[in-house]
Write a protein that binds this ligand. Structure first.
Ligand code: AMP
Ligand code: TRP
Length: 331
């Protein structure tokens, strides 16, 4: 049986990915590359929707790629590439923009959230067309599955709608992909505000564990994490969101079930529990940070890896673009 194809992307908007990205998305990317034909993309064009210093964007694009390799994406198994190095993404996005309704794009909750936060003055048109570029990212590679976090479900739905509409209007060019959302690990919360999801856009980083944080910083963040006044280490997302989050993190990294972790810590204090969770996180992230630094210290080598990936991606993408251009009548 031939391998299924998967594709996903992540924005290089920060120096470091965080534990939510790692457990909610990236760990799954690594697991998928063995049995699938995987395409993973650092979406630097999407990152332009947020104003960034050019030098910083450059650095973050490389840092993101380095972290992906460090967590286990193997460029020999997966096609790892940078979005802007494959021009077909923009070219196909334009075609899709012309078959996407204004109302349809206006209904995207990520756009509504971001534009509300920024206000009309700071909202650029790129933010509005963002999901359409994302549809092009995906459909160019004809994937079967798109592994993403729950928050991306709506964008994948839009992608499917665009693909179906295109095929109906112009003849079948695109495979209709499915979102692949990991349920069990779908949400890691902020350590300071355990009812909110861990996010790069948090107002304070005190509750956000970054992959490249030092062990000292990680320990401090766990030690000061917000829990509750009760004493019991028990999973209850409503009444005990902080402890539940720590249990989820422990379970996700140790491979033990939440029940097992609960019984292991029954009768123990919150302080001990926090230290143990911190230790597991530190031990997981330490080699990842080390490998990231190694890769960053040989920039030319890293750029070469990405060029190879982009070349492979270009081959697939340009053939799909050609089919799409033919279908719409572009000579
Ligand atoms: P973002 O930070 O929105 O660019 O997220 C990149 C990927 O990581 C997306 O697929 C998200 O759904 C996933 N992700 C981000 N934050 C979390 C979180 N707190 N818990 C689980 N998954 C997350
Ligand atoms: N919008 C996605 C996010 O914020 C990133 C992304 C861009 C993406 N293009 C993609 C994800 C294609 C999957 C497939 O997480």
């Amino acid at each position: 049986m031939s391998k299924k194809r998967v594709l996903s992307g992540i924005q290089p908007t920060h120096d470091s990915f965080h534990l939510g990205n790692y457990l909610g998305a990236l760990k799954q990317w690594v697991a998928l590359q063995d049995d699938n034909d995987a395409y993973y993309c650092v979406v630097d064009l999407h990152a332009l929707t947020v104003e960034t210093d050019p030098k910083l964007l450059q650095k973050r694009t490389l840092l993101s790629a380095a972290q992906l390799i460090a967590i286990g994406i193997d460029p020999g198994k997966s096609t790892l590439f940078v979005q802007s190095q494959v021009p077909a993404h923009n070219q196909l996005a334009w075609v899709f923009e012309c078959i996407t309704g204004f109302g349809e794009a206006s209904r995207m909750t990520q756009f509504k959230d971001k534009s509300q936060k920024g206000g009309a003055e700071r909202t650029n048109v790129g933010l509005f067309t963002y999901p359409i570029l994302q549809a092009a990212d995906i459909l160019l590679y004809q994937p079967d599955f798109v592994p993403v976090g729950e928050d991306q479900r709506q964008h994948i739905e839009l992608t499917r709608d665009i693909a179906e509409r295109f095929n109906k209007k112009f003849g079948k060019v695109f495979n209709i992909p499915q979102a692949q959302i990991i349920k069990s690990l779908a949400k890691i919360s902020d350590l300071q505000e355990p009812t909110a999801k861990m996010s790069k856009s948090a107002t304070s980083m005190a509750g956000v564990i970054e992959i490249l944080d030092t062990p000292e910083a990680i320990l401090k963040k766990f030690k000061s994490s917000v829990t509750d006044d009760d004493k019991e280490i028990r999973f209850d997302e409503k009444l005990k969101p902080g402890i539940s989050n720590l249990l989820s993190i422990h379970s996700a990294l140790s491979g033990k079930s939440v029940k097992e972790v609960e019984s292991e810590f029954s009768g123990k204090g919150y302080g001990d529990f926090k230290s143990v969770v911190a230790e597991i996180v530190i031990e997981t992230l330490k080699p990842i940070a080390r490998r990231t630094n190694e890769l960053m210290s040989d920039k030319d080598g890293l750029i070469k890896i990405l060029q190879d990936g982009s070349e492979r991606a270009n081959q697939v993408a340009s053939s799909t673009l050609k089919a799409a251009y033919n279908a719409v009548g572009i000579i």
